[in-house]
Design a protein. Structure first.
Length: 358
């Protein structure tokens, strides 16, 4: 019988609960109203001829590079950050190498790294999910070849100090340091300019979150030009499709759309955090477009109650340290009003507020 490689046979599986997502989808950290109307207009203009051609990534990379203030040689467009993670792993990891991640975190670091046969070492986050800089540095060895950190982190919304991330890059020059800034727009702080002095530092950004383009599958990996040449070798020349490439420049040009969306999310985040505080529900302050809260043993009833009101939230109970936790995405002001109204009703209905008061 044909057998997959041992590293693949033992891989953890990642099955996001994609089925039956009708309703207000606050479960995947997507933009709740989608991309800019200008992007949709561009989409409608595409012709059969546009789609008959193999996609040309380079001209759009030049536009994205100028938008982000880097050289085209320092940027690769990818099929989402998911693919950027995969390409980094394929470029730098061999069987037996060590990879450090901080848990809980985004699942794809472990999956892409473990698929190469590398050994993934999970360093638990500190109290209140704070970034465990000392514990992480203490696990660095000469075999460490990748350290992946989401900043802000998913599912906690917590952030690492930028100085700590740069310190890791300095202390582990033999390793690729991936700072995944998928939620950058909601946070506003970045390590991006630092890669010029740190050739082992890579930054990933996505157009799936603030830009509302998760279905297009487009993201970007940035880093030292010589290192990016190596990553580019591993990439298929047509990894980003023609539809995404046609629309990305329009999305980048419509800054106003992103700004007004992000402003609504930030406002909604404060409102949701205030609501949890008032109800006595523990939560973790977030710098992303979602908030993680610990509902506790009533969590299944909470998730069901929200679903019954047409609102999907994500059960994160299986993540390290997240027993009884749900992650709720924040969207527009209108969606936040709907969320807060449903939340109050459900917490009351399942007796969560009384349970806390006792
Ligand atoms: C930290 C983080 N990185 C990457 C991704 C995936 O991004 P993309 O849609 O660009 O593959 C996610 C999606 O949830 C995420 O939370």
């Amino acid at each position: 019988m044909l057998e997959a490689r041992p590293a693949v046979r033992t891989l953890p599986t990642y099955h996001p609960p994609l089925g039956g997502r009708d309703g207000l989808r606050l479960d995947f950290n997507e933009n709740t109203v989608g991309c800019s109307p200008r992007v949709l207009a561009r989409l409608r203009e595409l012709t059969a001829e546009d789609l008959a051609r193999y996609p040309e990534r380079e001209p759009v990379e030049a536009i994205a590079a100028s938008h982000l203030g880097v050289e085209p040689s320092e940027l690769l467009l990818s099929n989402g950050v998911d693919e950027a993670i995969h390409l980094l792993c394929e470029t730098f990891l061999e069987s037996g190498d060590e990879v450090l991640i901080v848990v809980p975190t985004f699942a794809m670091y472990e999956i892409s790294a473990a698929a190469t046969g590398a050994r993934v070492i999970a360093v638990p986050a500190g109290e209140n999910f704070c970034f465990p800089i000392s514990a992480l540095l203490s696990r660095v060895t000469p075999r460490t070849r990748l350290i992946a950190v989401a900043n802000p982190n998913n599912p906690t919304g917590a952030v690492a100090e930028l100085a700590d991330l740069l310190e890791i890059a300095r202390r582990a020059p033999q390793a690729a340091i991936l700072v995944d800034e998928a939620y950058f727009e909601f946070y506003g702080k970045t390590v991006l300019p630092a890669f010029r002095g740190l050739p082992n530092l890579f930054v990933a950004r996505t157009f799936s979150k603030a830009y509302g383009m998760a279905g297009f599958r487009v993201g970007t990996l940035l880093g030292d030009a010589a290192q990016m040449t190596m990553v580019r070798r591993v990439s298929s020349p047509y990894n980003v499709n023609a539809i995404a490439l046609a629309c990305l420049p329009i999305a980048l040009a419509d800054d106003g759309y992103i700004q007004q969306y992000v402003a609504q999310v930030r406002e909604g985040r404060t409102q949701l955090e205030d609501e949890f505080r008032n109800c006595g529900i523990p939560f973790w302050p977030s710098e992303a477009n979602f908030v993680l809260a610990r509902i506790g043993p009533l969590k299944p009833a909470f998730v069901d109650g929200m679903r019954a009101r047409g609102i999907l939230v994500r059960d994160r109970s299986r993540d390290y340290g997240c027993e009884g936790c749900v992650r709720i995405t924040i969207g527009t002001a209108e969606h936040t009003s709907r969320l807060l109204a449903a939340l109050r009703e459900v917490l009351e209905e399942i007796g969560a507020t009384e349970a806390r008061a006792q």
